[in-house]
Design a protein around this ligand. Structure first.
Ligand code: SAM
Length: 172
């Protein structure tokens, strides 16, 4: 989040007297790996993240086989959900493939959100008539703690792990 929007969000939360908002600004994968507790989120929203179009940079994508387990570890089983949108169609199709191969989730394409555009970029891209890939993702059964992406970088995940059942996240 650029600092302008971070400050705007902070001002809006304060002016509305919201006491249940915590704003963090930083590299998302770093924050997830080091700070955010596993299973903390009923819903994770990822809208128009950097597509990192060059193949040598794909590993930096927020949703990639190497990083997807980290992001999904935020979801609170059994009903955790992830929403995703991008106007970068190659990245969007790659995310569909990554999530479709993931044993812990069901992924669905969505034509439009019921309430309309959810972010500034989505509203702008819709006005411009650009195609958008939108996904709604649900945890299956027990969630991702024992089910990881077959091509995941499990060494990025912290915590006790065995060959049979690698742990998706640190345990404390
Ligand atoms: C194209 S803007 C979209 C902003 C907003 N989500 C929207 O849809 O209107 C992409 C935003 O994602 C942020 N971003 C991209 N990759 C990120 C990452 N790995 N960690 C944290 N923020 C990231 C960028 O800083 C930027 O603010």
């Amino acid at each position: 989040m650029v600092s302008k929007y971070f400050r705007l969000a902070a001002r809006r939360a304060a002016s509305r007297g919201l006491s249940n908002v915590v704003l963090l600004r930083g590299e998302a994968l770093y924050l997830i790996a080091t700070l955010l507790p596993a299973a903390m989120a009923r819903t994770v929203h990822v809208y128009f993240p950097d597509p990192w179009p060059k193949s040598r940079h794909h590993r930096r994508r927020l949703l990639d086989p190497r990083t997807v387990d980290l992001v999904l570890s935020l979801l609170d089983p059994p009903r955790g959900r992830l929403f995703f949108a991008t106007d970068h169609l190659e990245y969007g199709e790659a995310v569909v493939e990554t999530l479709s191969l993931h044993p812990a989730v069901d992924v669905q394409r969505v034509d439009a959100w019921p309430e309309g555009p959810r972010t500034n970029y989505e509203a702008k891209f819709e006005r411009e008539g650009r195609p958008i890939i939108r996904l709604a993702v649900r945890l299956r059964g027990g969630g991702p703690s024992s089910l990881l992406h077959p091509a995941g970088r499990h060494d990025l995940l912290v915590g006790p792990a065995t060959d049979q059942e690698p742990s998706a996240r640190r345990t404390s």
